[in-house]
Design a protein around this ligand. Structure first.
Ligand code: 3PG
Length: 207
């Protein structure tokens, strides 16, 4: 099935940013988060097995909105599309990536942290963007300011967001969801303590 960026942004308030090393952990992690009420998952291309993991989740858990993160170029966009990713997220943008996203078959959510990149994204036809690195780039203060001149561009901020500050982001009119690795801590993954993930998901969606 095919979706739009708007649909990805509207599935729930939080998007887990997943760094998964072992293929055998993929299904338990996805299932634990789904059980906790989260259906959008971002598997980052930061591990050797990321593509295989995306494919595995796409093949086995059809109800998951499985996306690929850290997609930085045209080749990676094609790889993740072929693997079955339903959307792709980038920490930034290049002219070629923006073009590839428009030619491609899954929604691309480019990342920005300044106004010039926002304008480049808008010019290329993108109004659903990642704001990264959110906290380091000024956090809610910056997003609030951006909302003045660009009220129709909406964001999924990530980078430095956790249970302690995510509600402040979600309270902004130009924020649709927030992303973060706090929903799947390394330690819990190492210990295969999947219930931790379910509990964190539950807590996060209970705003
Ligand atoms: C991302 O790719 O969105 C970030 O690395 C997530 O940032 P966090 O680890 O601070 O949540």
């Amino acid at each position: 099935w095919k979706i739009s960026s708007a649909e990805v942004f509207s599935q729930g308030p939080v998007v887990p940013v997943l760094v998964i090393e072992n293929v055998e952990d993929a299904i338990p992690i996805a299932e634990a988060l789904l059980e906790g009420g989260i259906s959008v998952l971002e598997v980052t291309l930061r591990t050797q097995s990321a593509i295989e993991i995306i494919q595995k989740i796409a093949d086995n858990i059809p109800e998951a909105y499985i996306g690929a993160g850290t997609v930085t170029n045209r080749e990676q966009l094609k790889l993740v599309t072929d693997a079955g990713a339903k959307f792709a997220i980038s920490p930034g943008l290049t002219a070629d990536l923006l073009a590839a996203g428009k030619e491609g078959t899954i929604p691309l959510i480019p990342g920005i942290s300044n106004i010039s990149d926002l304008m480049k994204a808008n010019d290329a036809g993108y109004d659903h963007l990642k704001f990264f690195p959110a906290e380091a780039a000024g956090g809610t203060k910056t997003l609030k300011s951006i909302g003045g001149p660009f009220p129709n561009t909406v964001f999924c901020p990530t980078g430095g967001i956790s249970l302690s500050n995510y509600k402040e982001y979600l309270a902004l009119p130009n924020v649709r969801c927030v992303g973060g690795s706090w929903l799947a801590p390394n330690e819990a993954i190492e210990n295969k303590d999947w219930k931790v993930l379910t509990d964190l998901a539950n807590e996060a969606i209970r705003l």
